[in-house]
Design a protein around this ligand. Structure first.
Ligand SMILES: CC(C)(COP(=O)(O)OP(=O)(O)OC[C@H]1O[C@@H](n2cnc3c(N)ncnc32)[C@H](O)[C@@H]1OP(=O)(O)O)[C@@H](O)C(=O)NCCC(=O)NCCSC(=O)CC(=O)O
Length: 462
């Protein structure tokens, strides 16, 4: 078990974007879109990256070299991501919340230190008590009137490594953006010209955020419809920009585990699905890495948690950027994700054809995209999902496409990445694998007995 010493806060400071030239933007303001509003009440996203410190003769390498570089590059990177240094408000005269940055706004950065022995425990492969990650994530400054977009915490594990934890307001950005921000910061840190330099580091095109929320067209006025919903649903004229709190009683005995799907494992699942699909099933199954990974996880979860109800659901996000008409750039900054819900009979998931039942449900949910991402939107903006219909609703956070393990600040690939928020949102995290090679990893937070059964089902295979 890890040393239970608590995290010691060394410094709390604020990092502002450095203007890179005299004509750099000094302010930025945008109205939230429908896509942002959908996430307004969601809990913040909490990615946590662990990096090993290279062995060196300088015991103070972190404070002498690494930390100053991280701070300087953060400041330079924020110049490209001004909204992340800003705040959300919802003035009385505004139809929707406003995300604004004005000169002087800055990101809260906490520097902390934790017992070195915790490093390999928290960044290793063993199960970890979910609560152990919480001190590595900073609080976000939020009130009903004003919410910061992001807070960052860098925690040193002396002579071992450091972690970078962030808390990001979900109405400000989606998983793709948060990954791009980390990659842009890492790029600037790795290729920067030195501490104290205010020189502008140009980002590769795929990391340059495209900031124009008005480019998301909403001819049916769904954003207004949805914001009116908010204003009326939660008390009269409720303009709070605070997310809902975590569930009242977070399970105390949750542990976290990571499981890997190698390309060979995915191929085995694919072949199994093809073999067990009935000849009478005319419509082809969507047998991508994503659908097979989610389907197998779903089946193992239903069995491990002994779900009893008639139906269970799995919600996943779909990147809408290229699916909109007209599309928006891949680098569009702001939420651009729509939810899709796969529904299956629990009995079917538990049966011998469980994998195919799950893949079929995911295929059907994806098929609805053929009619456009806004098909039936008037219904789901006013009543997204009737939770009472399902005994259990699973969800997927993140994507293996984001290639988060490619985030190198100059000291190598991350040793481990956790999406800490999944223990509050009950989601399954999905990302590329820390072992590379085209593998995918999922992260779970479950009660210990359920995790043990899940691990054994996962290892056993089909
Ligand atoms: C809807 C999807 C999940 C479906 O994914 P699939 O992979 O099943 O289907 P697909 O049609 O997109 O791709 C099918 C095949 O084409 C290939 N392919 C297609 N596009 C690709 C691309 N851009 N990069 C790499 N591969 C690609 C894949 O190899 C895949 O096969 P193969 O994989 O077998 O090789 C995805 O399209 C998508 O939108 N992903 C992003 C979801 C997202 O943004 N999530 C974050 C939500 S916000 C969040 O999570 C934050 C939070 O709340 O915490």
């Amino acid at each position: 078990m890890a040393n239970s010493n608590s995290v010691k806060v060394v410094e709390v400071c604020r990092v502002a974007p450095i203007p890179s030239s005299p004509d750099s933007a000094t302010s930025d303001q945008s109205l939230l879109t429908l896509f942002d509003l959908l996430w307004l009440r969601f809990l913040p996203v909490e990615p946590l990256y662990f990096y090993e410190i290279p062995s060196t003769s300088d015991p103070n390498i972190f404070f002498n070299s690494i930390l100053p570089k991280l701070k300087a590059s953060l400041s330079l990177t924020l110049q490209h991501f001004l909204p992340l240094a800003g705040n959300l408000t919802w003035p009385q005269d505004s139809p929707k919340p406003i995300l604004s940055y004005v000169q002087g706004d800055a990101v809260s950065l906490t520097i902390a230190e934790f017992d070195a022995d915790n490093f390999y425990h928290l960044s290793g492969n063993d199960f970890v008590d979910a609560k152990e990650y919480h001190p590595l994530i900073p609080p976000l400054e939020v009130s009903d009137q004003r919410a910061a977009a992001m807070a960052i915490q860098i925690t040193l594990f002396p002579s071992r490594g450091f972690s970078i934890g962030t808390t990001m307001h979900h109405a400000v950005l989606d998983g793709k953006n948060s990954t791009s921000f980390f990659k842009a910061w890492a790029h600037t840190c790795k290729h920067g010209t030195g501490v104290g330099s205010s020189s502008f580091i140009s980002l590769p095109d795929n990391l340059k955020p495209f900031h124009d929320r008005t480019s998301l067209k909403d001819p049916r006025g769904l954003g207004e419809l949805y914001s009116n919903e908010y204003l009326n649903r939660e008390g009269p004229n409720n303009r709070s920009v605070t997310h809902r709190g975590p569930p009242k009683a977070l399970p105390q005995d949750q542990i976290r585990g990571t499981f890997e799907f190698t390309p060979a494992k995915v191929q085995t699942l694919r072949e199994h699905a093809v073999k067990t699909t009935r000849a009478s099933d005319s419509s082809p199954l969507h047998l991508s890495t994503f659908s097979l990974t989610c389907a197998y996880t779903w089946v193992c979860l239903v069995k491990a948690e002994e779900i009893k109800g008639e139906k269970t659901a799995m919600i996943f996000g779909v990147d809408a950027r290229s699916r909109l008409d007209p599309p928006v750039p891949e680098t569009y900054f702001g939420n651009c994700v729509v939810g899709r819900v796969a529904v299956a009979e629990t009995k079917g998931l538990m049966g011998v054809d469980g994998l195919v039942v799950a893949v079929k449900a995911i295929t059907e949910a994806l098929r609805s995209l053929e009619h456009g991402v806004f098909n039936g939107a008037e219904l789901w903006v006013s009543k997204f999902l009737d939770f009472s219909l399902y005994d259990k609703i699973y969800s997927i956070a993140g994507s293996q496409r984001f290639e988060v393990y490619g985030t190198d600040f100059g000291w190598g690939r991350p040793k481990k990445i956790e999406l800490v928020s999944i223990d509050k949102t009950d989601a399954v995290s999905l990302m590329d694998s820390k072992n590379g090679g085209g593998a995918v990893e999922i992260g779970l937070a479950l009660k210990k007995p359920h995790m043990e059964v899940f691990a054994s089902l996962f290892a056993k295979g089909l």
